[in-house]
Ligand binder design. Sequence first.
Ligand code: IPE
Ligand code: IPE
Ligand code: MG
Length: 225
Amino acid sequence: MNPLNHVAIIMDGNGRWGIKHHNSRNKGHKAGLKTVETVIKISIEKKIPFLTLFAFSTENWKRPKTEVNALFNLLENFLKKKIEVFKKNKIKLIIIGEKKFPKKLNKLLKDSEKKTKNNSKLQINLALNYGSKKEIVNAIKLLNKKKLNINEKNISNNLYTKNIPDPDLLIRTGDTNRLSNFLLWQISYSEIFFSKKLWPDFKAEDFIKILNKYKFIKRNFGKIL
Ligand code: IPE
Ligand code: IPE
Ligand code: MG
């Protein structure tokens, strides 16, 4: 059975769900938060040490300002509400991506990281203003600055995800089969599952089904097994 240390998820399909059910993309984003709670709960139950959630990409700034603001408001309320739950459940939260948001949100993100930094049951890496290409360029700039050799280990150690094992499993919901600039370096050997379900429709049993399938995949890593 394959060990499972890290699950990464591209939570896609909120907008379409919102339009379909309430004629409002933002209502879809709100509904998606329920699924976030579900996958966190199951990750704890299944003793998965790392969960990475893609919440806002560097490209998502191209959306209308009203939607971007609505997303930030939702995130702010979610974090304010959940931080005590995170503390109680020994969840550590870190942000991967560039913390370049309105001042109030930046502060809340930093505070949330600080308040949970000693927790160790589940680490949630929230990908916010995250772009994989930017992350790689940034890592190479850091190597230059630190006068370090350019090699795989040094690049890995200078990504936002330093100290986090590469994802074993990548899931994208929303019936879209692409990576959208997410963890391009880190997923070189991840098992990838695309779900047709929109994120708010993705339920505990959908997640568990994928986890169970993953367990029995023959992972070759280039060898003949
Ligand atoms: C994913 O859902 C959440 C974010 C990108 C913030 P979308 O908003 O992309 O939903 P669809 O793909 O338009 O349905
Ligand atoms: C990817 O979804 C980003 C997040 C889930 C946060 P998008 O909906 O932004 O991806 P594209 O634009 O369809 O590739
Ligand atoms: Mg989308």
